[in-house]
Design a protein around this ligand. Structure first.
Ligand code: AP5
Ligand code: ZN
Length: 217
């Protein structure tokens, strides 16, 4: 299965991706996670991405397309297929993905759009916290850990907030992504690949609908 998860920052892509990999044999590829890892490792890509990410801007298309192209060519993706999270984010990236997918012989089976109104997203991002050990994502109101201060997944006690979840950066991230999003939605709807899910429901209800779509691809 080869799929794309779309949605504005904070719509719940990462949250749904965690659930999808439990039920489906697919490789989760988040360009945001790849850039954060590259920044931590201080690689050339990480250094290029940092200035853009800190301001909530998009990393240039050529840099982003190159890391996706390299990742999709790997053996695990060849074997299990991909779930792209946060890519494509511009119409240029959507076009590039058509070529990359063709080159690796893995055409997209479906695109899931997790649809949430921008007004709800600032609160979601400012309340987000992440397990430092396993990366599981929580929200202080909507999705807290079951035992306070302990990760449900790995049992560790150390959490962090993302640097780009500060209110000023969040506003710019939303602005940048809203502008770029509509042409990509049109692009995939014309290709009959788009499945829109109401992301303003409980996490488990959203997942039930996502799962139904994926089972029928
Ligand atoms: P990236 O890491 O992809 O961030 P993003 O798209 O801004 O998305 P997020 O990870 O913030 O949100 P999400 O949708 O995964 O939400 P989550 O599930 O965590 O990108 C970061 C940066 O990298 C970009 O700004 C850019 O600079 C660069 N970049 C990445 N890809 C790029 C590309 N293709 N091109 C150029 N640059 C790129 O949920 C959010 C919170 O809400 C959580 O606390 C969660 O618990 C809660 N929540 C989730 N679902 C629900 C629900 N249904 N109800 C209530 N709360 C919920
Ligand atoms: Zn954990």
């Amino acid at each position: 299965m080869n799929i794309v998860l779309m949605g504005l920052p904070g719509a719940g892509k990462g949250t749904q991706a965690e659930k999808i990999v439990e039920d489906f044999n697919v490789i989760h590829i988040s360009t945001g996670d790849m850039f954060r890892q590259a920044m931590a490792d201080e690689t050339e890509v990480g250094l290029k991405a940092k200035g853009f990410m800190d301001k909530g801007e998009l990393v240039p298309d050529d840099v982003t397309e190159a890391i996706v192209e390299e990742r999709l060519a790997k053996d695990d993706v060849q074997k299990s297929g991909y779930m792209l999270d946060g890519f494509p984010r511009t119409i240029e990236q959507a076009n590039a993905l058509q070529t990359i997918a063709k080159n690796v012989n893995k055409p997209i089976d479906g695109v899931i759009l997790i649809d949430v109104k921008p007004e709800a997203l600032v609160e979601r991002l400012s309340g987000r916290y992440i397990c430092s050990n396993c990366g599981a994502t929580y929200h202080k109101i909507y999705n807290p850990t079951k035992v306070e201060g302990t990760c449900d997944v790995c049992g560790k006690h150390d959490f962090y907030q993302r640097d780009d979840d500060k209110p000023e950066t969040v506003k710019n991230r939303l602005k940048v992504n809203i502008e770029k999003n509509t042409p990509i939605i049109d692009f995939y709807s014309k290709l009959n690949l788009l499945h829109k899910i109401n992301g303003e429901q409980d996490i488990d209800v959203v997942y039930k609908e996502v799962k139904e779509v994926l089972q029928n691809l």
